[in-house]
Write a protein that binds this ligand. Structure first.
Ligand code: 3PG
Length: 307
């Protein structure tokens, strides 16, 4: 008998949690839910007897892993797994997986919600601008980036992408213009949409030098991670470029400093909302549940990220 814990500080839609529970019950596993927990201690005691753990952006530190002596697998129901201590997990032979692509459409749609909100002056009643005919730069052409590109084309935008890991031909097939260097993407983009993960290479990589290449009136759109932004550079950009706007799915640490001086030029969601739709929750949650059942029943390690 396997014990499964679904631990989500930001809960799944009830319909998603129900479908996940059904999958585990059908497989003969027991399942418990820890939702909206407010302290790390609650998570530490909840993992004590579990064999599998499903999380979202919940922080799975080495302390959590040490508190879970029976844990065999952690599945991050979503894309980015920067919230999981992979070294600690690997040292205990715990398999870590994500569910790539499952919540991408929700994030891509939110990117446009944020762009329109900025283009229309935060719905303040003042005249705004339209997206049609504007240039859109996509930084990283993965699951989300390629969906943002497709939606941008639907809006009549001129779409550019930079991704050193994707062949130009694949980007061109989608009617998107590949750009050879990251700097070139910033030069072109009236809207610059970030889709890079937070890694040692990308943390603080979006700095003033890059941002200052953006054309007049540009908007930076961040539905990726706040950690990829160099916040000193961001503040400098706000200060030196009055035309610059920033919209992000979750506030940067320097949000109070921005709010104090640059009203009307930014918007930050109060909680990460990109993947917070019933559909994305069902897609990612059900995929996570199936991956766990497949792992225990068939030894399937597809989507393992700590190989
Ligand atoms: C992801 O990496 O999948 C997204 O950032 C969504 O994160 P969430 O599950 O915390 O909403």
């Amino acid at each position: 008998m396997k014990n499964i814990l679904i631990a989500t500080e930001k809960p799944f839609a009830p319909v998603a949690a129900e479908q996940m529970t059904d999958i585990f019950k059908e497989a003969g596993f027991t399942v418990s839910l820890l939702e909206k927990y407010t302290s790390g201690d609650e998570l530490l005691s909840a993992v004590e007897n579990v064999h599998a753990l499903i999380v979202r952006s919940d922080k799975i530190t080495s302390e959590v892993i040490s508190a879970a002596p029976h844990l065999d697998i952690i599945v991050r129901a979503g894309a980015g797994y920067d919230n999981i201590d992979l070294v600690a997990a690997s040292s205990k032979n715990i398999v870590v997986m994500n569910t790539p692509g499952q919540n991408s459409n929700a994030v891509a749609e939110l990117a446009f919600g944020l762009m329109i909100y900025m283009a229309r002056g935060l719905f303040s009643g003042k005249p705004g601008t339209e997206l049609r005919g504007k240039t859109l730069g996509i930084l990283a052409y993965g699951h989300v980036g390629s969906m943002v590109a497709a939606i941008g084309k639907g809006f009549g935008m001129e779409v550019y992408a930079y991704d050193p890991f994707i062949p130009d031909g694949q980007i061109k097939q989608d009617g998107v213009i590949p750009v050879a260097a990251m700097e070139g993407l910033f030069d072109k983009s009236q809207y610059l949409s970030l889709h890079i993960p937070a890694t040692d290479e990308t943390r603080k990589s979006i700095n003033f030098t890059l941002l200052n290449r953006l054309p007049q009136g540009a908007t930076l759109v961040n539905t990726a991670r706040k950690e990829v932004i160099d916040e000193d550079g961001l503040l400098k950009m706000f200060e030196e470029r009055e035309d610059f706007r920033y919209v992000s799915d979750i506030a940067p640490d320097c949000a109070p400093a921005i709010a104090e001086k640059y009203s009307g030029r930014f918007y930050f969601t109060p909680k990460k909302m990109g993947a917070q739709t019933a559909e994305a929750n069902i897609n990612a949650g059900v995929a996570a549940a199936r991956q766990i059942v497949n792992f225990f029943n068939n030894g399937d390690t597809t989507f393992q990220v700590n190989k």
